[in-house]
Design a protein around this ligand. Sequence first.
Ligand code: SF4
Length: 338
Amino acid sequence: MKIGSNVTGQMVTALKRLGFDRVFDTNTGADFTIMEEANEFIERFQNNDNLPMITSCSPGWVKFIEMNYPELLPHLSSCKSPHEMFGALLKSYYAKKEDIDPSKMYVVSVMPCIAKKFERQRQEMKNNGLYDVDNVITTRELARMIKQANIDFVELEDSKFDEPMGEATGGGAIFGTTGGVMEAALRTAQDTLTGESLEKIEFEAVRGGEGIKRATVNIAGKDIKVVAASGLANARTILEEIKQGKADYQFVEIMACPGGCVMGGGQPIKSSKIRSEIDVRKLRADSLYSIDEKSTIRKSHENPVLKKIYEEYLEKPGSYRAEKLLHTTYQERKKYNI
Ligand code: SF4
């Protein structure tokens, strides 16, 4: 299949054939992360509290700052990453709704990321003594499992995600590429601050494959200085600027892998048969932007699934229950001491 092919529907079919009872969309979890993160950013921005706020959805990055720049930890958003938020909601909201004992659920996240295997074992990623997520397999491992099960992936028909947590927005889809988290959060922040559903959806300034993208965006009549960086060398550059007081950013997105999760350590490795001039990162990122463009709903806060779950269960972003289930804490870690 061509690099950047959208195989979401076939992946759902393959997971069902492998024996999973339910298959949900992690991008719904990304929409929750955006809701909580945009709300947290607005609060911090309005109170000039611990700015810049730095994103926290990349566990490779989170561990890097815990080990190397613990003095900057107050800048991290307290939001869990999308799959952790999702696991916490599956074992609370969904379990209650479906009358399932959460201790009998086994939640597996399929991720582009090896660092999420460590993240899911953090003691903070538990609720009522149960881990939010019980196991993480990478996309590369899933591909291997599909081959071992003799499933002819290319020939598979598409299936839909299970309800009620199977619907996501374009904002959730672009989470996987550098600048995507920032753009999705700005979409929600601008509508929240103005109280309107604005026509502006795309923030081109934070798109593209550069390792560091600095921009000033105007939302609700206010200039906000933002930067999106990917790759840990670039993360270090930004942290040094902040530490030395040389930067006045208000919102920072950092992803550990160069290019973001599309180039995550758990993704299929570029085969030697693929010509070197082919830009895998761009093809994969273009695929996510195309999913976003074709989505009928492109802003996380307009996702009907989220609206329902906030109404029925969480109340609102940043509520007591949302804080308990969807947010976390960080700690200084010694290097190589996991
Ligand atoms: S950028 Fe890399 S380390 Fe961070 S979440 Fe994505 S795949 Fe994982």
